[in-house]
Each structure stands twice: as C-alpha cells, then as structure tokens.
Design a protein around this ligand. Structure first.
Ligand SMILES: Nc1ncnc2c1ncn2[C@@H]1O[C@H](COP(=O)(O)OP(=O)(O)OP(=O)(O)O)[C@@H](O)[C@H]1O
Ligand SMILES: [Mg+2]
Length: 262
C-alpha cells in the first residue's frame, strides 16, 4: 500500500485497560514510523507489556484507537494482528524445547510432501529453508537439527526473532529480548534489530537495559503508571535524562501522595 512518508505505521491513541481495580493503561498514546526503532521504557508495572499486548492482539483494550498505515483497525486475537503484519516476541520466548531449530521456525506450518498420495513432513525442505532463513538474518547456529533446549539464551532469542520475521512483519514488538543474555549475545540481538529495521520493519523494543536502547533506537518513549510521560529522539537526549524521566516521576508521584496523606 502506498503511504505518505509522514503517516505512522502504527498510531495508538488514548488506550485504556483495567484489570478489576488496577488501571494498567490510563490513556496511552504511542506511534512508530516505518523502519523506526522505538524504545519503550518505564518502571516495573508501568504498562509496557500491556500496551504491547494490545498492539499484538493478545489483550483487548477497554477504549482507544489503533491505526495501521492510517487505517483504523481492531484486533480480537493475535491472529488478527498477524493479518495486519504485527508480530510480537514474548518475554518467555514460547519456543518448544524438545523440538529442533527448523521445527520451531516452521511450527504449525511445516512443509509437506506426498508419498503415494499420503502427506508427510518434508524434512529436507524444512531444514534447507530454515538454514536460508537464518543465513538471511546473519544468525550463526551450527545445525538446524539441534533441539532448542540445547542452545544458548542468545541463540534461542535469535530463533524466536527469526520465526517472527518469517511472518513478514511490518511491526515487530520485542519484550525484554536481552534481559537474560550474556554481553556477546546482547550484541548479536541488537545487530539483528538493526538488520530488521533497515528492511523497513518498525521495531518496538521494551528494555530495562537503557544502554542497549541507546545503541539501536531512533526514539525512546517513557511510561509511568499506565501513561506516557515523555518522548525523546535519541540524538536529543542521554542516559541521565531518561533515568531521571523514569525515576523522577516515581519520586514526584510518591512525594505528592505523601503530601496528600499528611
Ligand atoms: N492479566 C493481568 N491481570 C491483572 N493485572 C495485570 C494483568 N496484566 C498486567 N496487570 C497489571 O498491569 C500493570 C502493568 O503491567 P505490565 O506487565 O504491563 O507492566 P510492565 O511495564 O511490562 O512491567 P515490567 O517492567 O515489570 O515487565 C501492573 O500493575 C500489572 O500488575
Ligand atoms: Mg513487562
């Protein structure tokens, strides 16, 4: 679809979501441009995972609007979001440990061939295509026949990301992709984010590791208690300011509450 360069790939406006008495999202606005890498930060419980689950169709908001390339959409499940080319890599990875690398990449859509009219799994094609997928993203894994449980955290993360990329996303959301990784593995995942965004995919990266965000993001959006509190282009801010924006609101809200209580 032809879109204006100034039309955001995603525009979420005034999104709210409550779970009983807990107001997880209190009017969140979020936008991301084609090929842009947006870092989403905030304290624990700020609502980062919830807002990303709204965009990936896993959580249905109470109110608010979502536009993709300027068109209003609504999702009732992740399948709906996938139809609009939105993919999410979850914090817990959701890979099948006892299945090999190729099997995980093609889970639920394995290539088949027929022998005497009977459909059987086409192992050779699956491993060949899996190898191509990994090479295409510059991911080094010795064999596509290794069970995922025997891989390192970074390799597992890379497979989860390649699986998401294989659905040809316009938007890829990653929730804490580097939280459990060793330094060298973090670099590989950040490199992957860079490769994917260079192809025009918009990436939303949730992370508590602020230094990682400064390496790959174009912009950082800060959330606090279910609301956006700041939005900064990466070249116009620094680590100290982002820390202040995350922590500063925490203290000002606490002192406001303390004043109100006394
Ligand atoms: N399914 C749920 N049921 C009840 N409350 C929920 C649910 N999901 C999220 N919440 C609440 O919504 C708020 C926002 O949670 P969310 O997981 O979005 O935060 P987060 O910013 O991702 O935090 P973290 O950095 O710890 O991952 C929290 O108070 C959380 O307890
Ligand atoms: Mg979270």
């Amino acid at each position: 679809m032809q879109t204006d360069a100034a039309t955001p790939r995603v525009r979420m406006e005034n999104i709210t979501k409550s779970y009983g008495a807990v107001q997880s999202l209190r009017g969140v606005d979020l936008h991301v441009m084609p090929g842009e890498v947006l870092g989403l930060v905030g304290d624990n419980g700020a609502g980062k995972s919830t807002v990303s689950k709204v965009l990936s169709g896993a959580v249905i908001p109470d109110s608010g609007s979502i536009e993709i390339d300027g068109k209003r959409v609504s999702f009732s499940d992740p399948g709906d979001a996938r139809t609009h080319h939105i993919e999410m890599v979850y914090q817990d990875l959701s890979l099948c440990n006892t299945v090999d690398v190729a099997g995980n990449l093609f889970l639920g859509r394995e290539p088949m061939r027929r022998i005497c009219g009977v459909p059987v799994l086409d192992h050779r094609k699956m491993h060949h295509d899996a190898r191509e997928m990994l090479n295409n993203l510059g991911i080094r894994i010795p064999s596509t026949k290794l069970d995922v449980e025997n891989l390192s955290g970074g390799q597992r993360q890379a497979i989860a990301i390649s699986r998401a990329v294989s659905f040809d996303p316009k938007v890829l959301i990653m929730d804490e992709p580097t939280a459990a990784l060793a330094v060298a593995e973090v670099e590989a995942v950040l490199e992957l984010v860079h490769t994917i965004s260079e192809r025009g995919v918009s990436v939303i990266l949730i992370s508590h590791r602020l230094q990682d965000l400064f390496l790959v993001c174009d912009r950082i959006s800060v959330m606090y208690e279910g609301q956006n509190v700041a939005d900064r282009k990466i070249g116009e801010t620094n680590l100290e300011e982002i820390v202040d924006l995350i922590v500063g609101h925490k203290f000002s809200a606490r002192s406001a509450r303390a004043l109100a209580e006394n």
